[in-house]
Design a protein around this ligand. Sequence first.
Ligand code: GRF
Length: 216
Amino acid sequence: MTTTPRAVVLVSGSGSNLQAIIDAAASKQFELDISLVISNVPNVKGLERARDHGIATQVVDHRDFTTREEFDQQLKSHIETVKPDLIVLAGFMRILTADFVEHYQDRLINIHPSLLPKFPGRDTHQRAIDAEEQWHGASVHFVVPEVDAGPVIDQGRLRLNESESANELQARVLKIEHVIYPLAVKWFAQQKLTIKNDLVLLDGEQSTLQLQTFDY
Ligand code: GRF
C-alpha cells in the first residue's frame, strides 16, 4: 500500500455513508486520501458532498451502456486513473460483474443494512420486522461475486422495538452504518485487516470490536 492509502467511493444516492467516511478521514484519526467519487446516477447528493470537500467526481450513468460488462469496464477505467488501494461501495445500487469483483478482490468493500448472512437483498428492515427478529443492524464486508455475501469486517446491531415501522428501523440502522463503515475503512487504511478462511481478522485475531451493540 502507498504511504497515504487512496480510496475511490462509489455512490448512487444520498451518500450519507460517504459523508461519514469523509468526516472520519478529515478528523485525522487515520490517513486516507479519498481520491475520487463515482456515481452511476447524475446529480445525486453524494456527488455534491464530494465536491463540497474538494474531491474529484465522475458520473458513469449505467443507462448509457447496453451490458453490465461495458458499464463495469468504464467504471474500471475511471477507477484506474487513481490506482486506489481501496474501493468503497457506499449505497451503490448496481450489481457488479464477477470479473470486476475478482479484479478488486480483497480491496472492495460494501455496507449492507442487515446482520449478514441474514437478509441479503432488498427490504431488509421490513423483512427483519416480519421475521420477528430480536436483533437487526448492518454489516461491512469484503465483496465477492455473490451479492451481499463475503467476509464480514464489522457489524453493528440493535434490538428491534415493538411495533416500530420499517422506516423508523432504517433510520436507526443508518446511524449504526455511520459508525461501523468509517471504522472498517480506518482498519483497512491502517492495514489491520487480514482474511483467513473467509474470516476477517483484526490485528491477526477475531475481535469483539467487530460486533458492536448500539442503543440508538
Ligand atoms: C444504506 O442504507 C446502505 O446500507 C444501503 O444504501 C443506503 C445508502 O445510504 N446499501 P447513503 O447513500 O450512504 O446515504
